[in-house]
Design a protein around this ligand. Structure first.
Ligand code: GRF
Length: 195
């Protein structure tokens, strides 16, 4: 933990393999960010235990008690991010649609990783859609979060071939390996650009 590094809060809902890649990259001496906290909207997310095992403060803020009041849940997230001194937010498999409240609160400082070559295939089921379209390649994108789902400016992309016989699962695994390389790099570049 070097003084002066950007402090990143990571939001997850599940396995957290991208979260783990972001945490691993932050152990490098020249990494411009440190991971201040990991927050999951699902108390049973496997990523929470992984984060704790890696020595990162990790907490659940369950969306369920907030019922339909999505903004109230986000206000709780926002308060926790600020309590941990975060100056950037990385969405890493965070499976909730955001309201304008959180998007505006972190405008320009909230990133997401999406498993397609945006603007192709925003939303879910990206790998099946790419295979069914007969695309020769697929990939992943890191983008700034704006009001539209998966619509913000793309900061970086990585490409992989789609091979004969690929299933959504085999393609997802190939893309995920690239996500783990791309996200730490794109986040570091973004943080450095804000210096
Ligand atoms: C990744 O494919 C990411 O691109 C998408 O959700 C998945 C999360 O996987 N947004 P993990 O939780 O990081 O393992």
């Amino acid at each position: 933990m070097t003084a002066g590094r950007a402090r990143v809060g990571i939001l997850i809902s599940g396995a957290g393999s991208n979260m783990e890649a972001l945490i691993a990259a932050a152990t490098a001496k020249d990494c411009p960010y440190e991971v201040a906290c990991v927050i999951s909207n699902r108390p049973d997310a496997a990523g929470l235990a992984r984060a704790k095992a890696l020595g990162v403060p990790a907490l659940a803020i369950d969306h369920k008690p907030f019922g339909p009041d999505r903004e109230a849940h986000e206000r709780a997230l926002d308060a926790a991010l600020r309590r941990h001194g975060c100056d950037h937010v990385a969405l890493a498999g965070y499976m909730r649609l955001l309201t304008p409240f959180l998007v505006e609160a972190w405008a320009g400082r909230m990133l997401n990783i999406h498993p397609s070559l945006l603007p192709l295939y925003p939303g879910l089921d990206t790998h099946r859609r790419a295979i069914e379209a007969g695309d020769a390649e697929a990939g992943c994108s890191v983008h700034l979060v704006t009001a539209g789902v998966d619509e913000g400016p793309v900061l970086a992309q990585a490409r992989v071939p789609i091979l004969a016989g690929d299933t959504p699962e085999s393609l997802a695994a190939r893309v995920l390996a690239e996500e783990h390389r791309l996200y730490p790099r794109a986040l570091s570049e973004r943080v450095r650009a804000g210096d």
